[in-house]
Write a protein that binds this ligand. Structure first.
Ligand code: SAH
Ligand code: SF4
Length: 344
């Protein structure tokens, strides 16, 4: 079977070339061609000797996943349903969302097929965990939409690891992929433009804190008391608010950085002015910003918050000096918005 090169690190590719009896620097050349040059065919890697290109074409492959379905939203977003190679006989699929806007494009990628965390308001939870994605499968979700839109790309690409899955429950593969995204000799994205979102897996936050290369971190807060959070995010029983916020306070922010807290507003559940005031207290010792996400309808027993509640919530945080933004999710008409990804 051909060796899959997509997802391999510079070191992996050096070792791969060595095993072929080639000098290791050939591996570094493939690394740059593949990720910086975005060349997905060996014939295009013109800095390699012809003989090696021919051998690679026989013995290795670079495969972008097959697009099972493409849903184009009226607002310009595209939701991709991508086929993954079968593992243990079970084929899986996963979703990525491409969102163009003025001066940039944002790509939302999945880190697992399905998710085991079981947040009550999220459609992905219904799938359960199907499987972890490999570094190559995570990178492919960025490369494929960039390739498809290459004639009309804006200058800046943002990546958000906010699709299906909990990134910290697939830590090693996610960090491998992120390192390739952030490496100047590979995809070369700025760490300011890559954001990983977690439901609050404490050991993951602590591990990320010690990484020399890391993306921005977002935490799905979603509630203002433990009681409320227990009810909508069962993971809170394992990592309750106090411990979570303590880990956030220890997290080593870079000078330009703030921690992002996401707060899904669920009508009548967590959207009261008292909730907003408690959120202000919870975040009081942190350099934080808050993204309020009005709940996106899915076939689940919640309702959207009233617009006045959203505005009131925003105002309370703003008046206490917390940078706060209301994120109106895009792609709702094609079920591409936060919490709506369920491989349909
Ligand atoms: N699993 C990670 C990242 C993916 S979810 C996490 O939970 O952080 C990305 C964001 O969408 C999270 O903040 C989550 O709370 C939010 N979300 C989930 N379902 C939603 C829905 N139906 N409407 C709005 N936001 C939702
Ligand atoms: Fe998983 Fe995030 Fe959905 Fe929770 S909100 S079930 S962690 S994908």
């Amino acid at each position: 079977m051909a060796a899959e090169l997509l997802g391999k690190s510079r070191q992996d590719l050096r070792e791969y070339c060595q095993a072929l009896g080639q000098p290791p620097y050939r591996g570094a050349q493939i690394y740059r061609s593949l990720y910086a040059g975005r060349r997905f065919g060996f014939a295009e890697m013109t800095d390699l000797p012809v003989k090696l290109r021919e051998r690679l074409a026989r013995e290795a492959s670079i495969s972008l996943p097959q697009v099972v379905r493409r849903h184009a939203s009226a607002d310009g977003c595209v939701r991709y349903l991508l086929a993954l190679a079968a593992e243990n006989g079970a084929p899986a699929s996963v979703e990525a969302v491409f969102m163009p806007s003025e001066g940039r494009q944002t790509i939302c990628v999945s880190t697992q097929a399905g998710c085991a965390v079981d947040c009550r308001f999220c459609l992905t939870a219904r799938l359960g965990l199907l499987r972890n994605l490999s570094p190559g499968e995570i990178l492919a979700q960025v490369l494929l939409p960039l390739e498809e839109h290459k004639d009309r790309l804006a200058g800046q690409t943002n990546v958000v690891l906010m699709g299906q899955g909990e990134p910290f429950l697939n830590y090693d593969a996610v960090l491998e992929a992120v390192r390739i995204m952030l490496d100047g000799e590979a995809l070369g994205f700025s760490p300011k433009h890559v954001t990983l979102s977690t439901s609050g897996i404490l050991p993951g936050i602590e591990r990320l804190a010690a990484e020399p290369v890391r993306p921005k971190l977002a935490i799905s807060l979603n509630a203002s008391t433990d009681e409320q959070r227990d009810a909508i995010m069962p993971i809170n029983r394992k990592y309750p608010l106090n411990a979570l916020l303590e880990a956030c306070r220890r997290y080593p922010l870079r000078p330009w950085e703030r921690l992002t807290f996401e707060y899904v507003l669920l009508g009548g559940v967590n959207d009261a002015p008292e909730d907003a005031r408690r959120v202000v207290r919870l975040l009081s010792l942190l350099r934080a910003k808050v993204n309020l996400i009005p709940w996106n309808p899915a076939d689940l027993p919640f309702r959207e918050p009233a617009p006045e509640r959203v505005e009131e919530f925003r105002r309370i945080l703003w008046e206490k000096g917390i940078p706060v933004f209301v994120r109106l999710s895009r792609g709702r008409d094609v079920m591409a918005a936060c919490g709506q990804l369920a491989s349909l």
